[in-house]
Design a protein around this ligand. Structure first.
Ligand SMILES: Nc1ncnc2c1ncn2[C@@H]1O[C@H](COP(=O)(O)OP(=O)(O)OP(=O)(O)O)[C@@H](O)[C@H]1O
Ligand SMILES: [Mg+2]
Length: 360
């Protein structure tokens, strides 16, 4: 889809990008990462010809991008820039509608598209369409920036630190939204970030850059398992094993688990071989808490369920092993239940299994 061949950009005595070759497959997310000034933005901007390469070539869908006019390229490639770059004198709706109006979509179509995109990035269209950028928080403005990049439904998206200017919590939510959107829309994306965790989370392939060159281009798993040089090793840091966990779905280590229904707890006389601690579910198999089966009331075989805040003690089936681990460490527990969105208990993950998985 995007094929860069020895792309080079020189400015007077600076070489911003030096003979960079990079191939991005259709529908994949390529994340560029590296120290400040290593040429990430320049690389991105050569793709849509906001920067013209001094040397080398860039082929998009088998067509050399020099044969496509910059105007045409910018229509077919969505671009979310480092500093959001919303026009201050235009409303949110007008900002999102810029490319569609260049394409001469009619008003109703642009309005419908704006509404759809605002909802997609999690902003209420009624509340936000008429606002001006100065009335938005940093995170909201970034979401409008992403919506604008998606406006004309371009097959390619270039994103320069799109989630850079927000607090870690908002950033995580935006990343989650991005992954949900990407799963549905399957764009070809080149995204720049300074944040290694973000790269590992979002990328199909990570391109690590240093002083205008590409030093490693690999899947996040490969990058973490086999850094190609001392530079990359230092760059990915000492907690590689932990970072790898964020690429592994929690369900991969999930095991079946013994659960009992709340009403069964009233009389456990008929049950044998129950583990000491069991998860308690309701009639629809939704997790409601846990019980200590050793604490039977004298004479009766009744056990009291300890109700729990399920959102705090359980993880969703979409969580990663890293989330599972940090939840276990955060609560000081050795196992954690996995639930579906509707609360149904699926199984559990144990600390022991996570430790084993990181040991090799
Ligand atoms: N228009 C320009 N004129 C001269 N030098 C430039 C120009 N644009 C970029 N450079 C230089 O090229 C190099 C790469 O810049 P670039 O913006 O691509 O870096 P970056 O990796 O995006 O950095 P950051 O992470 O800080 O955004 C830098 O040394 C920069 O100073
Ligand atoms: Mg930059």
């Amino acid at each position: 889809m995007i094929h860069m061949e020895n792309a080079t950009k020189r400015y007077a005595d600076t070489v911003a990008v030096a003979s960079l070759s990079l191939h991005v497959e259709k529908g994949q997310v390529c994340v560029l990462i590296g120290p400040s000034g290593c040429g990430k933005t320049t690389t991105l901007r050569m793709i849509n010809r906001l920067v013209e390469p001094t040397d080398g070539r860039i082929v998009i869908n088998d067509i050399d991008n020099r044969h496509t006019s910059p105007v045409e390229l910018r229509r077919s490639i969505g671009y979310a820039i480092q500093s959001v770059g919303l026009f201050p004198h235009m409303t949110v709706e007008q900002n999102i509608g810029i490319v569609p109006s260049i394409l001469r979509w009619d008003r109703t179509r642009i309005e419908a598209r704006t509404t759809e995109l605002l909802a997609l990035v999690g902003l209420d269209p009624v509340a936000y369409s008429g606002k001006y950028p100065s009335q938005l928080s940093g995170g909201e403005a970034q979401r409008v920036g992403v919506a604008r990049a998606l406006a004309a439904d371009p097959p390619i998206l270039l994103m320069d630190e799109p989630f850079g200017a927000v607090d870690p919590l908002t950033r995580e939510r935006l990343q989650q939204q991005f992954m949900d959107i990407q799963r549905r829309l399957q764009k070809t994306v080149v995204l720049v970030t300074h944040d290694l965790d973000e790269a590992i989370r979002l990328a199909d392939r990570v391109a690590v850059m240093k002083a205008g060159t590409l030093v490693q281009y690999d899947t996040p798993e490969e990058l973490l398992a086999h850094p190609a040089s001392e530079f990359v090793r230092d760059f990915v840091g000492t907690d590689r094993a932990l970072k790898r966990l964020s690429r592994i779905p929690a369900t991969s280590l999930m095991k079946p688990v013994t659960s009992v229904r709340e009403e069964q707890l009233r009389d456990l006389s008929g049950t044998t071989n129950l583990p000491r601690y069991v998860w308690v579910v309701d009639d629809a198999n939704r997790l409601v808490g846990w019980a200590d089966t050793a604490r039977r009331s004298a004479g009766a075989n009744e056990v009291k369920a300890s109700r729990a805040d399920v959102e705090r003690i359980a993880i969703r089936e979409t969580a990663t092993l890293r989330e599972a681990l940090s939840r276990m460490l955060g609560h000081g527990v050795r196992s954690i239940p996995v639930i579906k969105d509707d609360g149904q208990l699926l199984g559990e993950i144990t600390l022991h299994d996570v430790e084993e998985a990181t040991a090799e």
